[in-house]
Design a protein around this ligand. Structure first.
Ligand SMILES: [Zn+2]
Ligand SMILES: [Zn+2]
Length: 258
């Protein structure tokens, strides 16, 4: 644990260092039909490039972004973009990396992950996002333990302060079951991107399965610091007021299709 008492932060001057890849595997963009966000995947890629990210996963809700133009843009910027989604299975959010839209459409229940994992082996990574949070689709302690073998890693959510920190039980559980912790931004706004990420020790040109192997073996350093009270309040305002208003506005302005 660092002197500041935060077990997650490491000084940012350790990056960039050879052999460590900067990754964020839980991200949202305006291409999500279930969300209403301002920044597109292409805008996010530009920002990621400026911030020195090596690998990303855009994890729209129940939807795999597979636009070839986005993947071509990522390649051009030297970023490994892994097809992924944040699926809601039996009411619980699960982040699945390196799957096709067709594969995602067949995953309906948590137990469906078992056959999927058996078929795909080391080429997929399954993360439990924000498992102990009360809002949204958190899996909760009971089911996370019940299905723990289906998960490769547990998320350190960005959404915490010094006083309010639902990551603490997640960290304990990860330790108990020897699962690596991945810090992500779960960014729904561009300003939420870049401060919470993970360093993975792997070669610069590593394909997804090699990065996943490194994560499963624990070669990870989550980089995350608590939000300030102002940042936390700004997040709450966005979730409960701005985002809801934007969604309502979109519903009113979009023509109804039959
Ligand atoms: Zn979620
Ligand atoms: Zn999310």
């Amino acid at each position: 644990m660092s002197a500041s008492g935060n077990p997650l932060s490491i000084p940012d001057n350790t990056f960039p260092s050879p052999g460590w890849l900067k990754v964020d595997f839980h991200l949202h963009t305006s291409e999500d039909p279930l969300d209403c966000l301002d920044h597109s995947a292409l805008e996010l890629l530009q920002r990621a490039h400026a911030l020195g990210f090596h690998a990303l996963a855009i994890t729209l809700h129940d939807h795999v972004l597979s636009d070839p133009a986005v993947f071509a843009a990522a390649r051009k910027l030297g970023i490994l973009l892994i097809p992924a989604a944040e699926l809601r299975l039996d009411g619980a959010d699960v982040v699945v990396l390196n799957l096709s839209a067709e594969e995602a459409s067949k995953l309906k229940h948590l137990r469906d992950l078992e056959a999927f994992r058996q078929r795909r082996g080391r080429s997929v990574l399954v993360i439990a996002p924000h498992p102990f949070f009360v809002m949204g689709g958190s899996i909760g302690k009971k089911r996370l333990i019940e299905y723990i073998d289906l998960f490769d890693a547990i998320e350190i959510s960005h959404f915490y302060t010094h006083c309010f920190n639902r990551n603490r039980p997640a960290i304990q559980l990860a330790k108990r079951f020897q699962k690596p912790l991945l810090a992500t931004s779960d960014a729904h706004r561009m300003e939420g991107f870049g401060d919470h990420y993970t360093l993975v020790q792997a070669p610069a040109d590593a394909p997804p399965e090699v990065i996943f192997d490194a994560i499963r073996a624990g070669y990870v350093r989550p980089v995350s610091a608590p939000l300030t009270i102002a940042q936390f309040a700004r997040n709450l305002w966005w979730i409960f007021v701005e985002h809801e208003m934007n969604k309502r506005r979109r519903r009113l302005t979009q023509p109804t299709s039959f």
